[in-house]
Write a protein that binds this ligand. Structure first.
Ligand code: HEM
Length: 405
């Protein structure tokens, strides 16, 4: 309840410029790589982009991992969700038996990782407060919440604000929840667009046609108008729900309609989103990547509770808007200038990484915009209007006294 207001549309608009700055850095790196005739590992590139976004918005620090792949935030980001077989087992047990694990003092976050994030928050909060710095980001909203429990006389008010420990925990939750979910969404979208060039072309035209109306500038408003790109993301999250399983605990005995089955209070439930999304009764020909399932007319036919990429109910994803905004921005930024195809290193059929609790492709060297697969030369805006140029040439010829070409 305290954090939900942090994710309103107004707050998204407020942070948009931070995201835009990060996307421009990514764009520069992609252009540089193209100019050097090198391949692009899009999965790594996009993870660096979302790392920059989240570290900037949640920790108030510019990580610049787009330009420097060995940057600290990126290094920690890689270890946070990279689990050994023992850790995968331990995490699974803690999901099934959380109370037992709590009683046994099982720690899920690696101590050196926890220390890094806690110290980062503490130092940044201290610095901002000492130097009266105000920045439009998540961290500022957490600082405002923290200070909410102290009145003008520095006496504690009754209502609870937020401790530094809680702030670090929330910022860490945003980090874990925010960077890999979005970068995996974009990665899968690029893989599918590389496999389905017609979809890719339509998405690129959608981006360019919207940018035409916005003087070539990507803004929050322009992103909202990129409806086909949104459909591509919706379909990506249908085929690859990044959180493939939703966990709930039954709070009162519940009889499943038309059956004798009763789910007892206290039972832990695993809702298999991945299987629900690939059930042909819910989505015919589920293996097919078809963004038109989410066109305004078709999406009305989607049955309730059969599409759950962000969960549902009061504990659904708090960062939904933010996740969609950064995914759409990342896709639009590179798609407007480049054409993507699969590199020979891309393993097909695709395998998932079973050591991560979010869905991601197995190998690190995944989809690429490789040398020779770039969409002609990178196009700088405004785009080349073929019809308009032809019309002007014809006018010139018609008006020319010489005539002929
Ligand atoms: C495309 C991107 C994203 C996807 C697919 C996604 C998906 C999900 C899903 C399925 C859940 C569980 C919901 C449930 O149990 O009903 C969840 C929870 C959560 N997500 Fe996201 N998420 C995304 C982006 C983000 C971002 C950007 C943030 C933060 C900046 C974030 C923060 C969280 C948090 C804090 C929770 C726990 C909410 C709670 O327990 O009340 N997520 N997300």
């Amino acid at each position: 309840m305290k954090l939900t207001p942090t994710f309103t549309t107004g707050k998204m608009k407020m942070m948009f410029n931070i995201l835009l700055g990060c996307s421009q850095q990514m764009s520069e790196v992609v252009h540089d790589t193209y100019n050097k005739n090198e391949e692009i590992n899009i999965k790594d590139m996009l993870a660096r982009f979302t790392t920059d976004v989240i570290s900037s918005c949640a920790f108030g620090l510019e990580s610049n991992s787009c330009k420097n792949p060995d940057e600290e935030f990126r290094k920690y980001g890689k270890t946070v969700l990279d689990f050994s077989t023992y850790e995968v087992l331990r995490n699974s047990i803690s999901t099934v038996l959380p109370d037992l694990c709590r009683a046994l003092g099982v720690i899920l976050v690696k101590p050196h990782v926890a220390k890094f994030f806690y110290n980062t928050i503490k130092n940044t909060v201290d610095y901002r407060e000492k130097n009266n710095i105000y920045r439009k980001d998540f961290l500022q909203m957490l600082i405002d919440m923290k200070n909410h429990n102290v009145n003008n006389n520095n006496e504690k008010k009754q209502e609870v604000g937020m401790t530094l420990n809680e702030m670090a925990a929330e910022a860490f939750a945003f980090y874990v929840g925010g960077f890999e979910t979005s970068s995996s969404t974009m990665t899968f979208a690029f893989i599918e667009m590389a496999l389905n060039q017609d979809v890719q072309q339509r998405a690129r035209e959608n981006v360019r046609e919207v940018l035409d109306r916005h003087n070539g500038e990507i803004s929050y408003e322009a992103l909202q108008e990129m409806t086909y790109v949104q459909q591509v993301i919706d379909e990506t999250l249908r085929k690859y729900p990044i959180v493939p399983l939703i966990v709930r605990q039954c709070v009162k005995d519940y009889k499943i309609e038309n059956t004798d089955t009763i789910i007892d209070k206290g039972t832990r439930l695993f809702i298999p989103t991945y299987a629900i999304h690939r059930d042909p009764d819910n989505f015919p020909e589920p293996e097919q990547f078809d963004p038109d399932r989410f066109s305004p007319e078709n999406k009305r036919d989607i049955k309730p509770f059969t599409y759950l990429p962000f969960g549902d109910g009061p504990r659904n994803c708090i960062g939904l808007r933010f996740g969609l905004m950064q995914s759409k921005l990342g896709i639009a930024t590179v798609l407007k200038d480049f054409k993507f195809t699969l590199n020979e290193k891309t393993k097909m059929p695709m395998e998932f990484n079973h050591h991560n609790f979010v869905l991601e492709p197995q190998v690190d060297s995944i989809p690429t915009a490789s040398q020779g697969t770039i969409f002609s030369k990178p196009c700088t805006y405004p785009k080349f209007h073929e019809e308009e140029v032809k019309r002007q040439i014809n006018d010139m010829l018609n008006n020319s006294k010489l005539g002929g070409p």
